[in-house]
Design a protein around this ligand. Structure first.
Ligand code: PLP
Length: 427
């Protein structure tokens, strides 16, 4: 699919282009394996001399069509699906870091990613330094070491809703000869395309807006094809022979798609966090309506944020679409058409009042999820972050009075009426 198409067209047309007599809708290739006539044909696939399907852990036509659609939406050269966003984040780093290596990461990221990077990957011998994303270029640069292999950040962080200065992060990463990896889950490529601002690799939890109907956990990694892995000796996994694939040198044999090819042929082969073709099919249905839904999520969130800001029982509101928000200017630059459907706010009266408010909601449900068509909310202090003290919560940017509201696709006035009656009911 040619790149000149606009996102709305790519969302419905890219990835699957049937020929005469083939199904109009992307089929679910619910098959673990694929048939060949001779062993010679199969051998050429194993030697990476031919492309073709042989086993779904490595590649599957349904998954590949959906990955191609996401690559087209982000403006990348190649993509791969993973079983979850967590798997995408792990692979994205592990593809270029091994024991003894280090990477730098914004501290404003999803809690699950924070744990993966700060605890689990440390056990594998890969070290991370978390930096305040709003710090100066000099301060962030000071975290780099000779063994640093990547810089990582989230376009809009979950749940703290901080907007990443992508150009600043790209400058820092490139001045140290490493790629910038950006988690673009919250804005989706409908609202931000980080490659246009200098990012090199993009990761997604497709579980969120891309699926959008809370049916399928999944992830995706997209390669811009722009990073030169041969510019220094930091990436031997890509630039020297891979003995597990008959000495292939990925940068020599695969050029601009070296990173994704290595990630598929090595990490998927060995670790197997593959997305089921059925989930890929459902994600594809979600992608078809992504632009329409994202616009409605954002319009609802904007109206609700404005309503909350003027309410006497609300202590504070965080939403980068509000003039006066700390990230309003950055959002105007990187997210001029809207940010996401998630708003966070504090209820006056602290932890007790926040819990009481949520208990009175009738339309918005209490869930550990965001980006669903149905509005949902979470009180992090009593759920995802319940092991922390109030002081620790404050320091982590998740204060005890905070409610995270993921605005769905319902009518905005109905949602406001629900919030109004729940606030009224707090005594
Ligand atoms: N990245 C972000 C920004 C997220 O919000 C999440 C989950 O909430 C993840 C990654 C992890 O994705 P998954 O739940 O699909 O593993």
């Amino acid at each position: 699919m040619a790149k000149q198409f606009k996102p709305e067209t790519l969302c419905v047309q890219a990835g699957w282009t049937p020929k005469k007599g083939e199904p109009r809708v992307l089929p679910i290739y619910q098959s673990t394996t694929f048939k060949y006539d001779t062993s010679e044909q199969m051998a050429r696939l194993f030697d990476l001399e031919d492309s073709g399907y042989f086993y779904t852990r490595l590649q599957n036509p349904t998954n590949d069509a959906v990955a191609a659609k996401i690559a087209a939406l982000e403006g990348g050269v190649a993509a791969m699906l993973t079983s979850s966003g967590q798997a995408a984040n792990f692979y994205a780093i592990f593809n270029i870091c091994q024991a003894g290596d280090h990477f730098v990461c914004s501290s404003a990221i999803y809690g699950g990613t924070f744990n993966l990077f700060g605890v689990t990957m440390k056990k594998l011998g890969i070290d991370v330094t978390f930096v305040n994303p709003d710090a100066s270029e000099e301060e962030i640069s000071a975290a780099f070491q000779p063994n640093t292999k990547a810089l990582f950040g989230e376009t809009i962080s979950n749940p703290s809703l901080e907007v990443l200065d992508i150009e600043k992060f790209a400058r820092i990463a490139h001045s140290h000869g490493v790629p910038l990896i950006v988690d673009n889950t919250f804005p989706t490529p409908i609202n931000c395309r980080p490659f246009e601002w200098g990012a090199d690799i993009i990761v997604h939890s497709t579980t969120k807006y891309m699926d959008g109907h809370a049916t399928s956990v999944g992830g995706c990694i997209v390669d811009s094809g722009n990073f030169d892995w041969t510019q220094n000796d930091k990436f031997p996994g890509l630039t020297t022979p891979d003995e597990s694939y008959h000495g292939v040198v990925y940068t020599e044999q695969f050029g601009k798609v070296a990173y994704i090819t290595k990630c598929t042929t090595q990490l998927m082969r060995d670790l197997g966090a593959v997305q089921s073709p059925h989930n890929a099919f459902l994600t594809n249905l979600g992608l078809e309506s992504l632009p329409v839904r994202v616009r409605q999520h954002c319009a609802n969130a904007q109206r609700i944020a404005e309503y909350l800001q003027g309410h006497e029982k609300i202590a504070w509101v965080k939403y980068c679409g509000l003039p006066g928000d700390r990230y309003y200017e950055l959002a105007q630059k990187y997210l001029p058409n809207g940010s996401c459907g998630v708003v966070s706010f504090g209820v006056k009266g602290g932890r007790k009042a926040a819990e009481a408010f949520m208990g009175h909601l009738k339309t918005a449900a209490i869930e550990t999820h965001v980006a669903d068509a149905r509005t949902c909310c979470l009180h992090p202090a009593s759920s995802t972050h319940r092991q922390m003290t109030d002081a620790e919560l404050q320091a982590a940017g998740v204060p005890a009075d905070m409610v995270r509201l993921s605005c769905g696709l319902e009518n905005a006035q109905d949602l406001i009426d629900d919030i109004a009656q729940a606030l009224e009911a707090i005594r």
